[in-house]
Design a protein around this ligand. Structure first.
Ligand code: HEC
Ligand code: HEC
Length: 239
């Protein structure tokens, strides 16, 4: 999905909190507000607000070719094209441009903690991160699939993914990650096709605060372990 695409939601009524980013015209500072919305059949939910706000961050660019030359150490776990086959190592192929560089910077600053990744990023410069981002985001993700006995869990996960949990003010995941889970450049990561084990671990980490993100902490907090498992299964088979 391109950043200026609109998403059409058909035949269902969604009520939930939608976060909007509101730039201050004086300082340029961006604040997030939660807005209660009702989305009715066929109403277009425009994501173009995200692109205009982040346009100024697009000045720095990575070089995919240079990035490829820096992947030697990453390949052992994430594979040459970023399509890891081990469920605890995330797939990073086809990720939204910008997201990988942010995560690498977060691992380096300690804003996101993981013992393995901490060592991997210690020697990376900002330009290395942009180049690695450019390389992996240009690769094609190997989509995932779920087995028949996971269907029930996936359907339960789909319900939350598409409609949220109005009772607990949990916004529909697709409002930010897109209806097909492809994400929105640069801050909303692609989720579809990701290993369920990894997704589950991240949602639990957002829930208990050990991975911090102002949006995801609020969203994951009310979810119980079963809902998290169901979402992870659904997402892993989404494409
Ligand atoms: C020894 C295995 C290993 C190596 C080598 C490794 N990683 Fe990772 N990587 C991981 C694990 C495990 C995670 C998940 C951490 C967690 O659970 O939060 C991860 C997470 C990531 C993430 C976050 C993905 C997301 O969806 O948020 C990125 C980006 C990443 N690695 C990039 C790299 C890059 C670039 C390199 C090479 C410089 C590299 N990794 C080397 C194991 C590895
Ligand atoms: C208001 C926007 C928003 C909504 C709604 C939202 N997310 Fe997120 N999500 C984000 C952002 C932003 C990040 C990236 C956080 C970061 O940079 O570390 C993220 C990251 C994630 C990640 C980590 C991906 C990775 O590769 O490590 C998962 C998993 C996730 N979200 C699942 C969900 C699920 C499931 C829902 C619905 C229950 C949901 N999100 C709803 C904004 C949102």
């Amino acid at each position: 999905m391109s950043r200026n695409d609109s998403v059409h939601i058909n035949k269902q009524l969604y009520i939930g909190l939608v976060h909007r980013f509101i730039p201050d015209s004086q300082t340029g500072e961006i604040t997030m507000r939660s807005v209660l919305t009702t989305l009715t059949a066929g109403l277009a939910l425009s994501f173009s607000f995200a692109s205009s706000i982040y346009a100024s961050e697009e000045a720095a660019h990575g070089d995919a070719e240079a990035g490829k030359a820096k992947t030697a150490v990453c390949t052992a776990c994430h594979m040459a094209d970023g399509n890891s086959v081990v469920p605890t190592f995330p797939k990073i192929a086809g990720q939204q441009p910008g997201y990988i560089a942010k995560q690498l910077a977060d691992f380096k600053s300690g804003a996101r903690s993981d013992d393995t990744m901490k060592g991997m990023v210690a020697a990376l410069s900002g330009q290395d991160m942009l180049d690695l981002d450019a390389y992996y985001s240009s690769q094609t993700q190997s989509s995932g699939e779920i087995s028949q006995d996971q269907e029930e869990a996936a359907l339960a996960g789909q319900q939350i993914y598409r409609a949220g949990l109005a009772k607990f003010s949990v916004t529909a995941c697709m409002a930010c990650h897109g209806p097909a889970g492809k994400g929105i450049q640069p801050n909303y990561p692609r989720l579809s096709g990701q290993h369920a084990t990894y997704i589950e671990k991240q949602l639990l980490a957002f829930k208990d605060g050990s991975r911090s993100d102002p949006m995801m902490n609020d969203i994951a907090f009310p979810l119980n372990a079963e809902q998290i498992k169901n979402l992870a299964v659904y997402i892993s088979g989404l494409y």
